[in-house]
Structures are given as C-alpha cells and as structure tokens.
Design a protein around this ligand. Structure first.
Ligand code: LLP
Length: 415
C-alpha cells in the first residue's frame, strides 16, 4: 500500500511488481528504474526544437549505467563525457567517437592523450590547457568552452557560469585564444558553454545565448555550438511543483537558432547537454524502514539508505519527495518526521521535518527522482555496499542492470 504520494501510482512505476518482493530479491536499498519514463525524457530532448541540425548530448555524469546508456543512445542522443572513465563507459555501451564530446576541466596530459587517441573531440576551458592541448595535438581539431557570464543553478556548488566559478574561457580572451590556435595550427570546430545545473525558469538559458552566439560570430568556420545543459526537473512533485515548460523553451530557442544559421551562412549544428533531465525521474531509491525513535522533541524514521547511497541531501540540502509503503493498510494522520540513514554521522539526514504518514519497521520508503547524481555519486563509505540497480522494462519484466556490491568488492583493489 502506498500511504502517501502518488507519483509511482500515477506513472505505474513498478508495473505489476511488488516493491517488497523486489527488495527481497535484489537486496535493500535498491535503485529501481522505469524504461518508459527514461525513453520519454529522451524523446522530449530529441524534439525540443524544429531546427534540423540539432543534436542533444546526454551528459553521462548524471548516470553512467551502460544499460541505460544503451537505451539513451537507441533514442538518438549523443553523449558528453568529462573523464577518460566516462569515455570508456560510453564506448562500452556502443557510442562511437563521433557521437562523443569530451568536456573536461583541469585535466592532465594523460587524460587529453586518452581522448586524442580515442578520436573524441575535446573542449578546452582555459588558455593554459589550450597550450597543453596544442603541444599534444598540433594541427588537430579542438573546441573551446567559454564562460557565458550568466549563471544559474539549484545551489552555489553547481552554478558554472558567471564570475564566481572556475569554468570556461573569459570571452574577453578571444584574441589570446586565436593566437594559441595559430601557434599550434589548431582548428576550432566548436564552442560550448554551460550556465549551471537545474533551472526551472529558462530565462537565464535564453539570455546566455546572446553571449555564446556573439562569440560564435567571431569564429569563421564552426561546425557546432553547444548551448549547455542544466534542464531542471520538479523535485517537489508532492507540493505540486510545475514542470519545466519544455515546449515554451523550445519555442524560445527555435527562432534564435534559425536566425543565427541564416546570418552565419551555414546550417551550423546546435547541441545541448542535459544530464539530470534524462534519467532523473525514471528512478526511485527504495529501502527499508529500520527503526523509529524520538529525541529532543524530534520524531525520527530510521532507514537503511545512508548518504553513501544518495549524497544529494547532505551535499546540497537537496529535497527528494518520499513515499511510504506498508504491507497492511493504515490510515494515520501525517506529521513531521526527520528521515535518517544508517551512516555513523549526525549529518546523515535524508529529510528534515517532512510531513509524512507514520512509518514503522517493516515498511519501505522510496526517495523519488533519484536517477541523476544518485548511483553515480554513491560510495562504499562505512563499507556499506552500493545498491543494485534494476530496470522495469516496457514489457513489464525486471532486468538486473548492476549487481549490489559484495564483500569481495570491498577488498578488490587492496594488495
Ligand atoms: N555540461 C557540463 C559541462 C556540466 O558540468 C554539467 C553538470 C552538465 C552539462 C549537465 O548538467 P545537468 O543537465 O545535469 O544539470 N551533482 C549535482 C549536479 C552537478 C552538475 C555538474 N555538471 C546534483 O546532484 O545536483
């Protein structure tokens, strides 16, 4: 029985499957994905605009499970990668070099060499790194990441545009960029930007186009311009938060893209690089309620989902909606609870003062919208196993797409 919330019911998230049985079979806690929702989000990005030469790249840092990457690739999205490891995983899932775009920050020569030998176009985001890239790849192709001067995001830790961040080349340095390109005979084939992560109001995104297109005008023969990611999802569904208006965003983008192509004299490729938007809502993280307790006037619900499994609440004070499931039917009035995990730190708090129906040991608890920066930021802290990941397919079958860690995994790299 779902005691509160309706997201998983409305979306028929679990198909015909029983959550308690899934936890029993695959271990608890458990990341559960829904294929239909994942595909839907891909399609929305694929058809964001009518401009023909438009290629959405999925920023794979949000979730790198290769089974999900295969689905995303099948839906026609290319991929952004930010480390040799991500290049490796993308290729493991079938991505070709041409479908990848490497957007690293402060990388070593070794990292750059990896991308160069793998034939992946690399975006460089400082003058210093551009010189290093030139030394390693004289006469090669390169892209430049500029700082658009506009930032946005759900937390200061994830705002990447504007004066207060380490990212991007300052547009005032274009002449310096051009000198370095010339010195090493590099051809700049594309430029990119990223204002930050999670905007629900797309005005800053549209505003940032002025700056990137102005920069594009100063390069003669670009193949592509990448406008960045950051597309938000409604984490407060239970409070009726509205979705990002994708249709309106597309309609705001479209005329700008057509007009620029006309002016530039070529149907230049426009790219975007959403990470979170693609997998986030296709996943819930479910665990067991393990204890209840009161202390200092606070009512706690303890569960086995520690911050090793989902870091976002402690890292950014992020909100995830919570659903409570019970094996027997109950109707008790909701009241405020603080939901805590099983890690040995007082900060191991998933939600503070959340108004929920009382939950008891033996119940299960789901954190919604856990598909982005969930498993990909998980760790084995306290030597807790990272959870398994399963996929509920469109055919309503269950596929294990990653095993839970084991004791052997904890000592695998120790000599
Ligand atoms: N492009 C670049 C260059 C990025 O750095 C990022 C995210 C993206 C695209 C994708 O952004 P998205 O569409 O996912 O917002 N761990 C944080 C988010 C960190 C985002 C880092 N960069 C969180 O859990 O909210």
């Amino acid at each position: 029985y779902t005691l509160n919330g309706s997201f998983t019911q409305e979306t028929n998230f679990y198909g015909s499957h029983d959550v308690f049985e899934l936890l029993e079979q695959y271990g608890s806690p458990l990341y559960i994905y829904n294929e239909a929702i994942l595909r839907k989000r891909c399609q929305e990005m694929k058809h964001l605009v009518t401009y023909p030469n438009f290629v959405p790249h999925y920023s794979i840092k949000a979730n790198t499970n290769i089974h999900l990457l295969k689905i995303i690739r099948e839906e026609g999205l290319h991929a952004d990668v930010m480390s040799p490891g991500e290049i490796f995983l993308a290729k493991q899932s079938g991505y070709t070099s041409e479908e990848l775009f490497f957007i690293p920050n402060n990388v070593t020569a070794e990292d750059m060499r990896y991308a160069i030998t793998e034939n992946v176009i690399t975006s460089i985001d400082s003058l210093d790194q551009l010189k290093l890239f030139g030394e390693l790849n004289k006469g090669g192709k390169v892209a430049i990441r500029f700082n658009p001067g506009v930032g946005a995001g759900h937390h200061e830790k994830v705002v990447t545009g504007g004066k207060k961040t380490k990212f991007g080349v300052n547009p005032e340095d274009i002449s310096e960029v051009k000198k370095i390109l010339e010195t090493y005979n590099l051809k700049c084939v594309g430029i990119n930007q990223h204002i930050g992560s999670l905007f629900m109001d797309y005005a800053p995104y549209i505003k940032s186009l002025d700056s990137i297109l102005n920069i594009a005008r100063q390069f003669e023969d670009l193949d592509f311009v990448d406008l960045g990611g950051g597309f938000g999802i409604p984490y407060h569904k239970q409070d009726g938060e509205a979705r990002l208006d994708i249709k309106a965003l597309g309609e705001a983008l479209d005329p700008v893209l057509f007009a620029f192509a006309k002016e530039y004299g070529k149907e230049i490729q426009f790219q975007i690089e959403p990470g979170r938007y693609i997998p986030c809502e296709s996943c819930v993280l479910v665990g067991d309620v393990t204890a209840t307790k009161s202390n200092g006037g606070v009512n706690y619900i303890g569960c086995n989902i520690g911050f090793n499994a989902l870091q976002r609440p402690i890292m950014y004070d992020s909100h995830h909606d919570i659903e409570i499931y019970s094996k027997e039917k109950r109707t008790l009035a909701a009241e405020p609870f603080t939901i805590v995990g099983n890690i040995c730190e007082s900060g191991d708090i998933l939600a503070k003062g959340r108004v929920l129906p009382p939950a008891y040991r033996g119940d299960a608890l789901a954190l919604l919208d856990a598909g982005a920066y969930g498993y990909s930021m998980a760790s084995c802290y306290n030597q807790r196993f990272r959870p398994a990941e399963i996929l509920i397919t469109e055919a309503d079958t269950v596929r294990l797409i990653r095993k839970r860690d084991t004791f052997e995994d904890l000592i695998r790299n120790m000599l």
